[in-house]
Design a protein around this ligand. Structure first.
Ligand code: UDP
Length: 419
């Protein structure tokens, strides 16, 4: 298919030339709409679905978004607490951080981001430390006054050098921070969080956290970090507010309905699309015990509880995510992790080697499913941060627009879930 080049009016020119160009432009627009306009269904109104809907609608496609929950924004959903007016991250803490220029530019079109640096504290053995492990953590924990190079040499001594190629979470920890720090900060927290021993989990989970030999206690190492001034729901609402997008809340979508659309983007759990025919892929879910109080409950947004003295993994005090606001009252979430059962909200895909075998079966089924693309954390069964989710959604939309132009088949996955 040939796409007509877009012509602009020249600054000067005769009336005849202008009218020729006008009719050329009209023809171009007609051709473009006739050839390219597609009816698309997007399942899920989280970041993945909303970003794809936005990009496609802006390009002239007709998009219907089906959301089974009563709200948009998926697990990023935030709302003001009715009693205290504090902005609450209803599905747990979400801090926006990225190195990706395209993503940062994209989100800033829809929200004012306020500066926010996540500085996590950790309680273990009745003492408070800073995370991620940094020079202050090391000095306080070992009761030392090391300078950076000394701390680095000390930790190298602590590390198990016989582990050359760490595969598991435990290997990674023992190799790079040694047994004492591993047992104090990671071992028990990880069992509480994942319900598995760190020796069963992949090293990639621990690789999310840096170890620093300076006093930088920023939990993230990305160039951009911030909090949307009016919460995440407001961003997603703006992303979806484009002519050509219709959003249906409280509306589950059944695979049989797909024949009414040219293409479907599905951000629900991949195994659910296939009726769990090869069994349920395992997830962790979270429960939040809500505690309301007056004043300042814990003095920080997030405090992790790394040992068994408490059954919860962390406490989030939501008002500290909006330090530019003033509130008398406060809302805290005590966070508990457990296995996700039928009817629970899936949060973290577990992705053990044995889950991968099951995932492979679903990936093969998906590849045989025409006109459906599986997207996002649940559709591709991966542990994704918000920025990666948005980046991938932008790439999925780019691919769809390119396929529509070339009249080629949109694949089931744009990012390989098995990679
Ligand atoms: N982790 C830990 N202790 C902590 C914080 C994290 O053992 O105090 C481990 C835990 O296994 C967790 C992983 O590191 O799942 C990644 O931590 P992150 O803070 O990125 O988890 P998230 O905020 O995504 O739940």
């Amino acid at each position: 298919m040939v796409i007509w080049p877009h012509y602009r009016h020249p600054e000067s020119g005769s009336a005849t030339i202008r009218s020729t160009i006008d009719s050329y432009n009209e023809r171009y627009q007609r051709e473009q709409v006739n050839v390219m306009k597609k009816n698309v269904a997007i399942i899920g109104a989280g970041f993945s679905g909303a970003v794809i809907a936005h990009q496609l609608a802006k390009a002239g496609h007709q998009v219907e978004v089906f959301e089974s929950r009563s709200h948009i924004a998926g697990n990023c959903y935030s709302e003001r607490d009715a009693e205290t007016n504090v902005m609450v991250h209803v599905y747990g803490p979400h801090i926006f951080h990225t190195d990706n220029e395209r993503v940062w530019k994209f989100v800033n079109e829809f929200a004012e981001f306020k500066p926010f640096v996540n500085r996590v504290k950790a309680i273990t053995n009745d003492r408070v430390f800073t995370l991620p492990i940094n020079l202050l953590t090391i000095n306080q924990f070992f009761n030392k006054t090391f300078r950076p190079a000394e701390a680095q040499a000390f930790l190298a001594e602590q590390g198990d050098k016989t582990i050359e190629n760490p595969v598991t979470f435990e290997d990674q920890a023992l190799r790079f921070v040694g047994r004492d720090l591993y047992e104090a900060f990671f071992k028990t927290y990880t069992v509480k969080q994942w319900g598995l021993q760190p020796s069963e989990l992949p090293a990639s989970i621990l690789k999310r956290l840096p170890v620093r030999f300076n006093y930088d206690d920023n939990y993230f190492s990305h160039k951009y970090q911030g909090m949307p001034k009016d919460g995440y729901t407001a961003i997603v609402e703006k992303i979806l507010n484009v002519p050509g997008i219709t959003v249906h809340l409280n509306t589950p979508f059944k695979p049989e309905q797909k024949s009414a659309y040219d293409h479907v983007f599905y951000s629900g759990p991949i195994d659910a699309w296939f009726g769990h025919r090869d069994g349920r892929l395992p997830y962790r879910t979270l429960d939040f015990e809500v505690h309301r109080d007056q004043g300042d409950y814990q003095g920080n947004a997030v405090i992790n509880y790394c040992d068994n003295a408490k059954p919860y993994t962390r406490i989030t005090e939501h008002k500290h995510f909006s330090p530019w606001e003033q509130h008398e009252g406060t809302v805290c979430y005590f966070e508990y992790s457990r296995q996700c059962e039928e009817g629970d909200t899936p949060y973290y895909p577990i992705r053990l080697a044995r889950d991968k075998v099951q995932l492979e079966k679903y990936v093969r089924l998906a590849q045989d499913e025409p006109n459906v693309t599986f997207i996002g954390r649940l559709g591709t069964y991966r542990y994704l941060d918000m920025d990666v989710t948005i980046d991938e959604a932008l790439k999925v939309a780019d691919k769809f627009l390119a396929c529509a132009t070339e009249n080629s088949q949109m694949p089931a996955f744009v990012i390989d879930p098995l990679a």
